[in-house]
Each structure stands twice: as structure tokens, then as C-alpha cells.
Write a new protein. Structure first.
Length: 496
């Protein structure tokens, strides 16, 4: 809760948001509740409500998404939402353009509140704007067309003067009341039973009871509702199995997206013991390629934003082959929402991906270094613009212009990372470094084929002998097995 975008709404701002509203006749939804200040204030202010108003103080980095979701589910309810002023003044994304279109359709003008969080519980100098979308006409969800079953039901209107007929009607009502009570008790018992069996099968955030009711409400028939529920349950069960492997905790965001797509496809498959065993076996067999993909992802992050982060290598399989330099620069590294040296939200994910990949290379566990990542250091320490700071793998510093400068602390790790990334990109050529030397003019004899790395060349050739190309490629092939780290250390030590 207490992250960089946690700013509890102060009472005077809430009072401004609900100004002029008759809250006593409203049921209010607050979908972006952090600490719950808005709801707590309203509960203290009114005693009875109906559902007519949505109040939102969302995280400013994705405030538009929160608003659009609230607008989608509002069903005509009035919406009052806080935004960063820059979101309103600079509609450069499709989502922001849609927000502007909604405001235009409802003749809404932004209300500029200024730096109204200056004296709040969690202070920020961000300029805030209040948007008020008025109440619209609701869509009717029910169509009362009578009894579709054709069954003749008793009603109070059937009562005649005849006492016997009256007794029959009353008995019918009492009988129906008793049956509804009985069935309700059975449903509650079955709900508890279903929740019991779902525990451990699905994630704790997934409620099979609520999901079933939702499917019934949205489907046109009970048969379709059952099919949707089973599909949802099966998908959640597969997701839970993948989450128990903890694999999402140590892979990069790109690989995580690939795994999520695989999970969605897996969700359409039967849920049997054989299928579960096949999935886990396939996952184990793919761990080597998953690690490799994470390292390649990190390599791309470090090189695609800034060409000066690359060292070009001649004579490889591809003319555009290159290494990551030891000192790298990432643009847009600082946060746009703070005047202090802080890492931007989108950059945090990129840095985490890089550090997870370096954990694969170094053999460390990400959970063991999470308190010494760049993001953790910037969160726990007061930084100064342009001054170096230490994290687990990098020295780094932030500049006001927005760039983040980083330098690998360990030269050996830097070399390992480059070699493994280039291996993953298939940039290691079979004939790289081959030379032919004629020892004798009359009887030319080729010199042994050797690999000379542009990164790993040593200044003193007598320190470490050159390695034959056949031996090198054989070692590179062995990197993907269970002794990957050990093999790689041997390789780099021999290459220098």
C-alpha cells in the first residue's frame, strides 16, 4: 500500500469531490480505495445510500485506465475522479483521447484544484484536476414479461370471498416460502462445500461461488452459464499450478507474458493428472531456454534505447552483432511525478528484468538481493542528483534531465552476461577467429583454429592460453545443462 503512488485523499479534497450531492439516497462505489479515506469520510457523513456515485482517487500513472473501467461499469452513475493535471492537458495516448471525448460528450470542464495534496497525510506537489461526469440514464437489466414456464401460480389477487379459496392461496404461499428457505439452506451448505474443495485448487483471490453467480447473471441460459463457469474454473486451476512453481517471480516481464499466453492456451485443455504431469515436465525441459530468453530480454533493454551502450564486433554471423558496454545509459530513468531523484515507474520494471537476468548469470537468487536492487536503494535512501550509488550489480546515478547512468561493478559478470546473451542471439560464429599461417613456403601448414574474443582478450597472452574453437563451441553447447554456471565460469576463465 505504501508505495510511491500512495496518497490518501485528505478530508477537504473529499468534501470538494462530493460537494452538492445528496449522498443519503446513493450507494457509492470507490474502486481505487487505498487506505479507504473516501469511504470512511462518506460513512461518517451519511447513514443510508443507494448506488448512484463513483468516486476515484487512482494511481496517477494509470488513472485513465481506472476511470475508463469505472465509466464502463457505472451504468449511468455519476463519476468524480482526480487526475494529474498533465493527464488532462496532454492527451497524447488513445486512452487520454477517449477521456477527452467522454468529457466533450457530457460537456464536462476540468476543475483545477492545484497542489491540494501539499498538506495531506502523504504529501506531493503534483497539480490535481477534478473531473465530474454527470449522472446518465441507466440501462434496464430486467424485462418483466411474466411467467415463461406456463405454470399457473397462485397470487394474492386470486383471493375470492370464498374462505376455502383463501385458505388454499395462503397455504400455497406459505409452502413456497418454506421451500425457498429450505433450498436457500441447501445452497449455502453447497457453497461452503464448494469453497472447501476449491481451497488449494485455485488462487485465494478466485471465488468459485461469486464466479458461478456472475456466470448465471451474464449467460442466457443455465447450460451456457455452466460451460462458462467450468472454463473459468479450469483456467484458474491451471494458473494456480503455474503460480506454485514460483516461475513468475524470477523471470522477466516479457517471458512472463509468454508464460501467461501459454497458461491461457493451457486453460482450454482438460485438467487431469496426466495433463498436469505433462505440463510440469515440459516446464522443466524449458527452464534452460526460459533463462536464456530472460538474459536476451535484459540485453535488449540495455541496448535498444541508446546506441552508445553497444560495442560493435566485426566478423560475426551478423553484421549488427554487438556487446553491451560496461557503462550504460537508460533514457527516461527518473520519475516525472517527483522533484527528487527517484526511478520512474516504467523504468522500475526494466531494471527488475535486468537484475533478474543477472541473477541467472551470477547464480544468485533474486529474493536474496531484492533489498539491494536499484529500485530498493532509491526507495530506502535519499539520493543526490549526479552522485554515484551502489546496488547489487551496478553503480548508478540519476540526472535531472532524466537519464539513468549505470556501470557494471563486476567485470567478470559483465563478460559472462555478454557471452550468454550473444549465445542466445546465435551471434557466436563457428568460424570466428580462424586464422591460417604459412610456417613454410614450400609446405604450408595451417595454424590451429583458435577463438579470440574482442571482449575477453588478455593483454598478456602468457597469462592464459588461447582456446581451440572446437573446444570452445563444445563448452558453449554445454552451458544450457544443469551445470551451466560452472561450465560458464570455466569457459570465461580459459578465454580470459
Amino acid at each position: 500500500m505504501f508505495d510511491k503512488e500512495f496518497f490518501p485523499t485528505p478530508d477537504h479534497v473529499i468534501a470538494k469531490m462530493i460537494e452538492g450531492l445528496k449522498l443519503e439516497s446513493m450507494l457509492i462505489l470507490e474502486p481505487s480505495a487505498g487506505k479507504g479515506n473516501i469511504i470512511d469520510y462518506i460513512v461518517k457523513t451519511v447513514s443510508e445510500r443507494t448506488y448512484d456515485l463513483i468516486l476515484i482517487n487512482p494511481p496517477y500513472s494509470n488513472a485513465v485506465k481506472h476511470f475508463l473501467k469505472a465509466f464502463e461499469i457505472s451504468n449511468g452513475a455519476e463519476i468524480r475522479c482526480l487526475f494529474n493535471r498533465e493527464t488532462i492537458d496532454n492527451p497524447y495516448t488513445k486512452e487520454r483521447e477517449l477521456l477527452q471525448e467522454i468529457m466533450k460528450q457530457h460537456d464536462v470542464k476540468p476543475e483545477y484544484l492545484g497542489k491540494c495534496f501539499n498538506d495531506s497525510e502523504r504529501r506531493t506537489a503534483v497539480e490535481v484536476v477534478l473531473i465530474k461526469i454527470p449522472k446518465r440514464e441507466r440501462e434496464t437489466q430486467f424485462n418483466f414479461t411474466g411467467n415463461s414456464s406456463g405454470e399457473k401460480l397462485h397470487s394474492v389477487g386470486d383471493i375470492q370471498n370464498n374462505q376455502l379459496e383463501s385458505i388454499d392461496v395462503f397455504e400455497s404461499l406459505v409452502h413456497r416460502y418454506s421451500k425457498v428457505k429450505e433450498i436457500a439452506a441447501q445452497i449455502l451448505t453447497l457453497n461452503k462445500e464448494m469453497a472447501f474443495y476449491a481451497k488449494g485448487l485455485v488462487d485465494s483471490t478466485y471465488s468459485p461461488v461469486s464466479n458461478l453467480h456472475s456466470c448465471i447473471e451474464k449467460a442466457g441460459s443455465y447450460e451456457l452459464a455452466y460451460e462458462r463457469f467450468i472454463r473459468s474454473l479450469r483456467g484458474s486451476a491451471w494458473s494456480n499450478i503455474l503460480s506454485q512453481t514460483k516461475i513468475s517471480n524470477f523471470v522477466t516481464s516479457s517471458v512472463r507474458q509468454d508464460l501467461d499466453q501459454a497458461r491461457q492456451k493451457q486453460g482450454a485443455m482438460a485438467f487431469t493428472v496426466e495433463d498436469i504431469e505433462n505440463l510440469l515436465e515440459a516446464l522443466l525441459m524449458s527452464l534452460g531456454s526460459i533463462k536464456q530468453n530472460c538474459i536476451v530480454d535484459a540485453f535488449d533493454i540495455l541496448t535498444k534505447y541508446y546506441k552508445d551502450n553497444r560495442v560493435h564486433t566485426e566478423g560475426w554471423l551478423h553484421n549488427d552483432a554487438f556487446f553491451v558496454t560496461k557503462k550504460v545509459i537508460l533514457p527516461y530513468g527518473r520519475s516525472d511525478w517527483s522533484d527528487k531523484p527517484e526511478i520512474g515507474y516504467s523504468t522500475k520494471e526494466k531494471l527488475t528484468d535486468i537484475e533478474k537476468a543477472l541473477c541467472f548469470v551470477s547464480g544468485k537468487k533474486f529474493v536474496d538481493i531484492k533489498d539491494n536492487t536499484i529500485e530498493a536503494v532509491t526507495r530506502n535512501k535519499t539520493l543526490t542528483w549526479g552522485e554515484w550509488n551502489d546496488s547489487e550489480f551496478f553503480r548508478f546515478k540519476l540526472y535531472k534531465k532524466g537519464t539513468l547512468h549505470m556501470e557494471f561493478k563486476d567485470s567478470f559478470l559483465h563478460k559472462q552476461f555478454n557471452l550468454m546473451a550473444c549465445k542466445g542471439k546465435n551471434w557466436l560464429p563457428a568460424d570466428y577467429g580462424r586464422t591460417t599461417v604459412n610456417n613454410k613456403k614450400d609446405n604450408p601448414k595451417p595454424q590451429e583454429k583458435v577463438y579470440k574474443s574482442p571482449v575477453y582478450q588478455t593483454s598478456n597472452k602468457e597469462d592464459k592460453p588461447e582456446i581451440s574453437i572446437d573446444s570452445l563451441l563444445q563448452t558453449v553447447k554445454e552451458i544450457s545443462n544443469k551445470n551451466e554456471a560452472k561450465q560458464l565460469n570455466m569457459l570465461v576463465e580459459r578465454v580470459g
